[in-house]
Design a protein. Structure first.
Length: 306
């Protein structure tokens, strides 16, 4: 693909594919994304490509959770390979409340994936956007977003827990909380029996580069032009994590000309380049479509190529 960054870049597909994640499998790429409706009874749009330019839609990726309540929604899948199996991490729940993290497996990255019947976060009232990360020492970690009602800016925050097995989490810890006005989701939002000036951090995704750990994360109201992506850095997977800049300086509406760009993931293409996948709204704000953009690495972290 050409390395022309986010500004002016059209979506790689015109259909609905939010929270995009790309898995490289040999000479092919599989993209997964959130959709508002099932596809032939399955959750998550899948798109296939061999060149990162032309993407062909395929079947939905995930068979519904057995016994799931009517109206269950499935959000933000990410896929990794381990132990000869493909593992999909995602959240499921009713609407904007009650989502929990789950895991499914498949024998092929294109699916179908089958839920293993495990709630990874039974102790939490809300958890979304799981992002698995394997460190160079072989340890696995799961980053995700959850709600936290304390501090100056209560709302949705970023947490991490060790994956003690591919189907089990250790104790989680909160690693990033809101610090700025651009991360406000809604003023006076009714939540948990009270009203809050609610802030949101979500969509964490971690890569390792030059012996440091870099986290992309989105913030703000995903419906709006204020939504965007920032970057934090750490010396170890568990943190402490420090935001690199003030504001959504990695990806924003103002810099890209796209409406509400965010919830990105990253992968390495066949040429060894770091590519980010993210979504933005169409002009009518009815569809969140997937984009790809190449990045470079600076002393201060990743930057979109222009």
């Amino acid at each position: 693909m050409t390395a022309d960054g986010a500004a002016g870049r059209p979506p790689v597909w015109d259909g609905y594919c939010a929270d995009p994640f790309v898995f490289r499998d040999g000479d092919r790429y599989v993209m997964y994304g959130t959709t508002p409706e099932p596809l032939d009874g399955r959750a998550f749009q899948t798109l296939h490509s061999t060149d990162l330019v032309t993407w062909t839609p395929a079947d939905g990726a995930l068979e519904p959770v057995p016994g799931a309540a009517p109206g269950t929604e499935y959000w933000a899948p990410e896929v990794v390979a381990a132990d000869g199996t493909y593992w999909m991490y995602y959240s499921a729940g009713p609407g904007d409340a009650g989502h929990h993290l789950r895991v499914a497996t498949a024998i092929d990255p294109a699916g179908p994936f089958h839920d293993l019947g495990i709630d990874l976060t039974p102790e939490l009232p809300f958890a979304i956007d799981p992002s698995p990360f394997r460190d160079d020492d072989g340890s696995w970690w799961l980053y995700f977003a959850t709600d936290f009602l304390y501090g100056d800016r209560p709302g949705t925050v970023v947490a991490v827990a060790p994956l003690t097995a591919m189907t089990a989490l250790g104790e989680h810890r909160i690693v990033l909380t809101a610090t700025a006005d651009w991360q406000r989701y809604q003023a006076n939002r009714p939540m948990y029996g009270a009203n809050y000036d609610w802030h949101t951090l979500e969509g964490p995704h971690v890569v390792r580069h030059d012996n440091r750990y870099w986290m992309f994360y989105s913030g703000g109201d995903w419906h709006s032009e204020g939504y965007g992506v920032a970057v934090a850095v750490a010396e170890r997977p568990a943190g402490p994590w420090t935001p690199q800049w003030e504001g959504p300086t990695f990806l924003s509406t103002a810099a890209s000309g796209l409406i509400g760009p965010g919830h990105n993931s990253a992968f390495v293409d066949h040429d060894g380049s770091c590519i980010v996948a993210f979504h933005s709204w169409n002009a009518e704000r009815t569809i969140r479509r997937p984009h790809l953009a190449a990045t470079s690495w600076t002393p201060d972290g990743p930057a979109l190529l222009t």
